[in-house]
Ligand binder design. Structure first.
Ligand code: GLC
Length: 746
């Protein structure tokens, strides 16, 4: 490299280091500014910062509270002018401390992206980051600078309505998607007016609620906590997430908002989180209902003493903390520590220097760029489950479009879309009408049902006549928005109502049937399979779901999504997930079930292994599964070595070939199994994935690298390390990957 080039490189490096130093010094300075401000604050003012209120309406009482410094944060106001009035009142308080304005911006603010379970199906963290960035830009212009996302609860129970908000069952995928959302929401500089503080939630284990019943108890062992539920939070913490939210559930009898070990020893201590901890909605007050706190004062004392910095909505801190401090039951140093986290976040967001929202600039909501990003996300999030040579469709075909989700602008958005406007949703029917590419299609459309829960079959009589006039029927079924999300658990996850009957009725007409499902969870659809020649699964695809689905159905886009969660055959199989333990009696693939021809069968004739007599051991579709219009073949798995030292890395290479005539993208997945551990290790663990695009007939070597750190886990002594021994490794297009090899870690 010549001298000129070297000098130029050195100059750029110096600039980069100066910028990093400046940002870091800013952080250090905030410590100084925080201490100066804290030293001026009265106990009442400190406690006021720890009190987060829900915004119901603007009134003098609220403004008075703000002016008196009795609240540090408000959630659920989305009008920038209202925010400015509130911030003005805050800046007029004795010490002029601005407010944190928060909202649940989970998968979009106005432009709605696929629900997080759908985004996870893309196996594309860029989708999640872009979606979060778009949401931050749209929400921040409306005054919101703190969102309660990403939700990174591991979810293995499709009965739980909040599986919709999660990235699914796998810690590795969940960690990567959560990290991407943190980056998207927070941007590179939290003080940028388009940045929002992110919030890793719900800490921790909420997705393991017993029976899939929301808010229910969990019984997560220390091993499962450390090796399954905490890793995604560590990933978000390492990505710099500004806040963490405690969960509603009690784990092993202790509610998270009062769990000293969880918050002090693990979150603050072991995981090194140094941001703001906020409670979930009424969870501090709910410790009374749990039977963990005697009354509001007791609850306030418990939470304040375990380091819960900000109490959402129950106002027990503002009612009781002063007295608790005076009684010596809560140390003022604890209060000071919480207030430091709160003030520091406000400094980092730039709120002290500029708390106000510019109200006259043009809006970014629903911009073409944002809508295009939402469409791209919806395309990559769709999973092709079945295709008996029916898809892609062609535009010469006469098409019957039926079903309640074909034109459901609100329900297509999914859950947690407080601010998404259904009038902007482009449904599949809407796309047919508005998109010039599809305007000339010969389509007969009839919803047949008013909604997915409509049980009026009187329109079934129209089906035969409609379908017989066409070449192919496309049926849009699934779940209306309210059937998933918070407090929306289901004990039966079949297609609800008479949707399966509708599908059967359509198939009677003898034409090819394409089933498009829009839902907030994996449904048990085995009984529907015989009546659908192709199935495209969309986890509520958001604002641009219509154009995305049409492009996929007509081959303008090629499905590439993979399942982020196992699809069970029967709800009774739950929990059933790919990264399970082997047990001492794993069921072989040919495990017999009840339906044999034996009579007077003896007790030991079936079932001496770990499976279900009536539904076997296999799911309907495994984690990581998804088809494409292309055909991908894997071959030549080679390891850089079959022996790996603790300080080595191991590279695996596989040849991926697109043997079809259609360009497409495959999510290549890397799984391992640690064959012997000081505690049992799962039969498979996802340790890498790559989206690989191949032209027709193209081949490519796909490489992964593993280090001992990638193989480490919390062992029987709760020490995180890799243990020497043999490992199996597989590479393939789902968690059923069979192309494998073995290596020895020494
Ligand atoms: C809700 C949810 C939580 C949300 C909070 C604020 O009950 O559990 O995810 O962020 O309250 O709306």
């Amino acid at each position: 490299m010549d001298t000129q080039k070297a000098l130029r490189l050195l100059f750029i490096l110096c600039i980069f280091l100066c910028v990093k130093l400046h940002i870091y010094s800013q952080q250090l300075n905030y410590d100084k500014e925080v201490e100066i401000l804290l030293s001026k604050m009265t106990l009442n003012e400190k406690i006021g910062q720890m009190n987060q209120l829900n915004f119901y309406e603007m009134n003098d009482e609220l403004l008075e509270k703000v002016k008196k410094g009795e609240t540090g944060s408000l959630l659920n106001t989305t009008d920038p002018r209202t925010v400015n009035l509130l911030q003005k009142a805050a800046m007029e308080s004795r010490l002029g401390i601005p407010l944190l304005i928060a909202r649940d911006v989970i998968h979009g603010y106005k432009t709605i992206f696929p629900i997080p379970l759908g985004q996870a199906a893309s196996f594309d963290p860029q989708i999640a980051e872009t979606g979060a960035r778009v949401a931050a830009v749209e929400a921040s212009e409306n005054g919101i600078r703190w969102t309660f996302a990403p939700m990174i609860d591991i979810a293995r129970d499709a009965r739980w309505g909040r599986i919709a908000e999660s990235p699914g069952e796998d810690p590795y995928l969940t960690g990567i998607m959560g990290e991407a959302m943190v980056k998207g929401f927070q941007g590179t500089d939290l003080s940028d007016p388009t940045s929002m503080a992110a919030c890793a939630k719900h800490f921790v284990g909420y997705g393991a609620s017993e029976g899939g019943r929301d808010y229910n108890s969990t019984s997560i062992t220390p091993n499962a906590l450390k090796n399954t539920y905490l890793p995604p939070f560590q990933k978000s913490i390492d990505a710099g997430v500004a806040t963490v939210m405690t969960s509603f559930n009690d784990n092993d009898g202790i509610p998270s908002s009062g769990n000293k070990n969880l918050l002090k020893n693990i979150l603050r201590g072991e995981m090194g989180f140094n941001g703001l901890i906020v409670s979930d909605w009424n969870s501090v007050g709910e410790m009374i209902t749990h039977g963990f706190a005697a009354d509001g004062k007791d609850a306030a004392m418990i939470s304040a003493n375990v380091g819960l910095d900000m109490e959402m909505n129950t106002e027990l801190y503002i009612k009781h903390l002063k007295q608790l401090v005076e009684e010596g039951k809560v140390l003022e140093t604890n209060i000071d520590n919480s207030v430091r986290y709160i003030l520091k976040l406000k400094y980092r967001l730039g709120l002290f220097s500029n708390p106000y929202i510019e109200v006259n600039k043009p809006t970014t909501t629903y911009s073409d760029k944002h809508l295009q990003a939402a469409k791209d996300a919806a395309i990559k999030s769709a999973v092709l489950l079945k295709n008996e040579n029916v898809l892609p469709l062609n535009e010469t075909q006469r098409i019957a479009i039926l079903g309640p989700m074909a034109d459901a602008p609100y329900d297509q958005l999914g859950t947690w879309i407080f601010d998404g406007n259904a009038s902007h949703t482009v449904t599949p029917i809407g796309a047919l009408k508005s998109n010039k590419d599809y305007k000339n299609l010969k389509v007969i459309y009839e919803p047949i049902l008013r909604s997915t829960t409509d049980t009026d079959t009187s329109n079934f009589s129209k089906i035969q006549e409609i379908v017989k006039k066409t070449d192919v029927a496309v049926i849009f079924l699934g779940e209306e928005s309210r059937l998933s999300g918070e407090a929306h658990s289901l004990s039966n996850i079949n297609l609800i109502g008479v949707q399966s009957e509708l599908l059967k009725e359509v198939k009677k007409a003898g034409k090819p049937v394409v089933l498009v499902i829009m839902a907030g969870r994996p449904l048990t659809i085995e009984r529907d399979l015989p009546y659908a020649d192709a199935i495209l699964y969309n986890f509520h695809p958001g604002t641009m779901g219509g154009p995305a689905v049409l492009d996929l159905l007509f081959g303008k886009a090629n499905p590439s999504g993979k399942l982020p969660v196992t699809f069970v055959r029967e709800v009774g199989q739950i929990p059933l997930y790919y990264n399970h333990n082997n047990t001492g009696r794993p069921a072989p693939d040919n495990a017999k079930t009840l339906y044999t021809d034996e009579t007077n069968a003896k007790q030991t004739s079936v079932g001496d292994v770990s499976f279900y007599l009536d539904s076997g051991k296999e799911p309907l579709y495994p984690f990581g599964y998804g088809l494409s219009y292309s055909k991908f073949e894997y071959s030549d798995l080679t390891l850089s070595s079959n022996v790996m030292g603790m300080n080595d890395t191991l590279t695996m290479s596989v040849t991926l070939e697109n043997t079809s005539s259609i360009e497409g993208t495959e999510v290549v997945q890397l799984y391992i199994r640690d064959l012997v551990g000081s505690i049992i290790r799962p039969v498979k663990e996802l340790k890498g994935f790559q989206r690989v695009n191949l032209k027709a007939g193209e081949s490519k070597a796909v490489r992964f690298t593993l280090s001992a750190e990638d193989l480490a886990f919390y062992d029987v002594d709760m020490t995180k390390k890799a243990e020497p021994g043999y490992f199996n490794v597989w590479v393939g297009g789902s968690s059923k990957a069979e192309l494998g090899d073995t290596f020895l870690l020494e």
